[in-house]
Design a protein around this ligand. Structure first.
Ligand code: C5P
Length: 230
C-alpha cells in the first residue's frame, strides 16, 4: 500500500482542538478531512498548518453553486495545495465540468457527493426526484464520471455496485465506518474497515472511532493494520 487509505474526519469546532488531535496521529498512516464546521471556524490557516505537519488534506466543502463560482472555489482550494476537494453532483453537468476544468487531472483530486445519505425516498420526492435513492446515486455517479471527475463519496453499501459499474480507476470514498466493537453513534448503516475495502472502497472516512478514542494513535494503527495486507 503506497498511500494511506484512512481519512480522519476532524469534526471539531475550533483549530486548537483539531490540531491537538492531529498531532497525536501519524501522517504516514492517514490523511485528514476538514469540513464546513472546522473550515468556517479556522479557515485556510488551519489547512496550511495541517499540511505543514505532513498531512494531506481532503477539503470537504461540497461546493454547489453556478459553474463560474464553483470553478473559482475549486481554484482557491487547489491554490491552498489540498489533496482532494468535493462538489455536489446535483449541481449538474455544466457545474461539474467547470469544476474539472478548474482543476486539471493529476492536480487536486476532485470528487462528487451524489445524494446525501441523510436523504430518503420522501426527501427525494419533496425536491422532485423520482425513483429509488440507489438509482439516483448511480445516475449521479455516471454523470460525475462523464464530466471527468475522479470519483464519488458513497456509502459502503453502494460500493460493490458502483465499483462494478464505474470500473477500477473511479475513486470511491466511503464514510460510515465502524470497527466491530465500536459505537455506531448516529450512523445508520455501518461497515467495518476491512469489509469496506473488500467491497471496493479506495478511501475510508473515519471520524469518532479515532477522534474520540482514549488513544487515537493506537486506534489508527489498529485500523490501518486491519486493512493493510501483511
Ligand atoms: O464520526 P464519523 O466516523 O461518523 O464521521 C464520518 C464523517 O463522514 C463525518 O465528517 C461526516 O460528516 C462524513 N459523512 C458521512 N456520511 C456521508 C457523507 C459524509 O458520515 N454520507
Amino acid at each position: 500500500m503506497n498511500s494511506p487509505h484512512i481519512i480522519v474526519a476532524l469534526d471539531f469546532p475550533a483549530a486548537d482542538l483539531a490540531l491537538s488531535l492531529a498531532m497525536q496521529l501519524d501522517p504516514r498512516l492517514c490523511r485528514v478531512k476538514v469540513g464546513k464546521e472546522l473550515f468556517t471556524a479556522a479557515g485556510p490557516q488551519l489547512v496550511e498548518h495541517l499540511m505543514g505537519k505532513g498531512f494531506e488534506v481532503f477539503l470537504d466543502l461540497k461546493f454547489h453553486d453556478i459553474p463560474n463560482t464553483v470553478a473559482g472555489a475549486c481554484k482557491a482550494a487547489a491554490s491552498l495545495g489540498v489533496w482532494m476537494v468535493n462538489v455536489h453532483a446535483l449541481g449538474g453537468r455544466k457545474m461539474l465540468s467547470a469544476a474539472r476544468e478548474a482543476l486539471p487531472m493529476g492536480t487536486t483530486k476532485l470528487i462528487a457527493v451524489t445524494l446525501l445519505t441523510s436523504m430518503g425516498r420522501d426527501d427525494l420526492s419533496d425536491i422532485g426526484l423520482s425513483g429509488e435513492p440507489e438509482m439516483v446515486v448511480q445516475r449521479l455517479a455516471s454523470l460525475s464520471s462523464s464530466c471527468g471527475l475522479d470519483g464519488v463519496v458513497c456509502s459502503a453499501l453502494e460500493t460493490p455496485h458502483l465499483r462494478q459499474m464505474m470500473g477500477k480507476d473511479f475513486c470511491l470514498v466511503t464514510p460510515g465506518i465502524r470497527p466491530l466493537d465500536a459505537s455506531v453513534d448516529d450512523q445508520q448503516r455501518v461497515t467495518t474497515p476491512s469489509q469496506a475495502i473488500a467491497n471496493g472502497a479506495d478511501y475510508l472516512v473515519i471520524g469518532r472511532p479515532i477522534t474520540q478514542a482514549t488513544d487515537p494513535l493506537a486506534m489508527l494503527q489498529r485500523l490501518h493494520a486491519e486493512i493493510t495486507p501483511a
